[in-house]
Design a protein around this ligand. Structure first.
Ligand code: SAJ
Length: 430
């Protein structure tokens, strides 16, 4: 008999996951409380830019295996893939770290309660603080009168896919299934085996939650050290990129890239879940977050070094997304830098080829590099989108000043110097 899967949250993870199940033998109900998302998906239009996603969603909907709606419906399996942002409270002396906003997970769990039946499996995929599955989700689901591990089953399975290659990684990556008991983990393994070709590892729910947080925290700490190396290189007048490439020849060293900061909805958020859960034993993680969060201010200082007083200066910002070739602007350091420069009185013109869906900064967003560069004093490269790698002097000939600050080590410094530009690269400002 065909089984039903109800996926709650049709964002970057929920929608690709729903489509995967729909094209692998399941009947899928996709739920999102955002009416705009439901109405555009009902017309077959995907609201997210992700290679291959539009095709697989169209196939799922046209084939009758994926239906979208704004309310949870009964199913054999429930998958929660809603966001877990942090609360946007300012960090202060009384509250020195950012705190997780679990309201979407709570709302999704509560929405399942009236539909929960014996034999169901509920899986939480949203990145969550340790013990969320057992201490937050389980009691809510048990308010139905059914008992977890006896009447219904419950597991945590983190998504670990990279935006830009989500569909491939959903299939190929290894998958962790953490059950509140062994039966729950086994049921989760059997479910994901429908499309996962990578290894499926079973463990406890809390271990799986920690695995996810550890992966992203590991990357955050490593980017923080790269950013600190770039500041040290500035201090000592060397090129951090050359130093990193030489250090990385060592067989046990793999230093990541410094940059304008760490953005996105994952790496810049998840380490806070550990700091909030155990502030007394997470000094290193907390410091790494602070280092990466202060990188946009460091970039503003580099701009100041090149231009002097910033008031009234015209700046061309190339890139607004949190990383190359995505249309995701959440926690983007590029966006933060632009906002800081505007607040300091600069006239900032922005071009980002992925900004069509971006709400805001309308007066500043331009339609081409040429338009954004016209009359400007400095070109500030903030995101290494593929198309910026082939930037030419011709495209920015309308600039008034001939200054470039490349925060991503994306442009060929010698080439631009030869073309008559004063070009500085973050980490090699001599
Ligand atoms: N960044 C640097 N230097 C680097 C690498 C990245 O400054 O060397 C910056 C990027 O520009 C970006 C941010 O870090 O602003 C994060 O980008 P990313 O590509 O490192 O990661 P995400 O956030 O797109 O995806 C991560 C991935 N996690 C790991 O690589 C451990 C992905 O596998 C996860 O599924 C995803 O988080 C998630 O959803 O948690």
């Amino acid at each position: 008999m065909i089984k039903n899967v109800c996926v709650i949250g049709l964002g970057y993870i929920g929608l690709p996951t729903a489509s995967m199940f729909a094209t692998n033998g399941f009947q899928v109900i996709g739920v999102d409380k955002n009416e705009n998302v439901i109405s555009s998906l009902s017309r077959g239009m995907v609201h997210i830019h992700e290679p291959g996603l539009q095709e697989i969603v169209t196939r799922s909907i046209n084939g009758g295996n994926l239906r979208v709606t704004s309310h949870v419906e009964p199913a054999d399996f429930f998958i929660i893939a809603v966001p877990t942002p942090f609360k946007h409270d300012q960090i202060s002396e009384d509250s020195p770290y950012k705190k997780a906003d679990m309201s979407f997970v709570v709302a999704a769990s509560e929405a399942i309660v009236p539909h929960l039946r014996k034999g169901n499996l509920v899986i939480l995929e949203s990145t969550s603080p340790p013990r969320t599955t057992t201490d937050l989700v389980k009691p809510i689901l048990e308010s139905s009168g059914l008992k977890a591990g006896t009447d219904f089953f419950l597991a945590y399975s983190p998504e670990r896919v990279l935006p830009g290659q989500i569909l491939r990684e959903l299939i190929e990556n290894s998958r962790v299934i953490g059950g509140i008991d062994q039966r729950s983990a086994e049921m989760g393994r059997d479910l994901y085996a429908a499309f996962v070709k990578g290894e499926i590892i079973q463990t406890t729910a809390t271990t799986a939650e920690m695995v996810k947080l550890m992966e992203n925290t590991y990357r955050d700490v490593n980017i923080a050290i790269a950013n600190e190396f770039s500041r040290l290189s500035d201090r000592f007048g060397i090129d951090v990129w050359e130093a990193i490439s030489i250090a990385n020849l060592h067989p046990r060293v793999k230093i990541l890239n410094p940059g304008p900061g760490v953005g996105g909805h994952c790496i810049s958020v998840d380490p806070w879940f550990l700091v909030e859960a155990a502030p007394d034993i997470t000094r290193l993680i907390h410091t790494a977050r602070n280092v990466n969060d202060s990188q946009p201010e460091f970039v503003v200082q580099l701009v100041r070094n090149m231009l002097g007083d910033l008031k009234g200066r015209k700046i061309t910002a190339l890139g607004l997304a949190y990383k190359p070739d995505v249309d995701d602007f959440r926690e983007s350091p590029a966006l933060e830098i632009v906002e800081k420069l505007i607040a300091l009185g600069c006239e900032v013109n922005i071009f980002d080829p992925y900004a069509a869906t971006f709400q805001g900064l309308k007066d500043h967003l331009k339609n081409s590099v040429e338009e954004a560069a016209y009359d400007s004093d400095l070109l500030l490269l903030l995101v290494d989108h593929t198309e910026f790698r082939s930037l030419t002097p011709q495209a920015i000939k309308g600039m008034q000043g001939k200054k470039i600050l490349d925060t991503r080590h994306c442009l060929d410094q010698a080439f631009w110097q030869k073309a008559g530009f004063e070009i500085s690269v973050l980490g090699s400002v001599k």
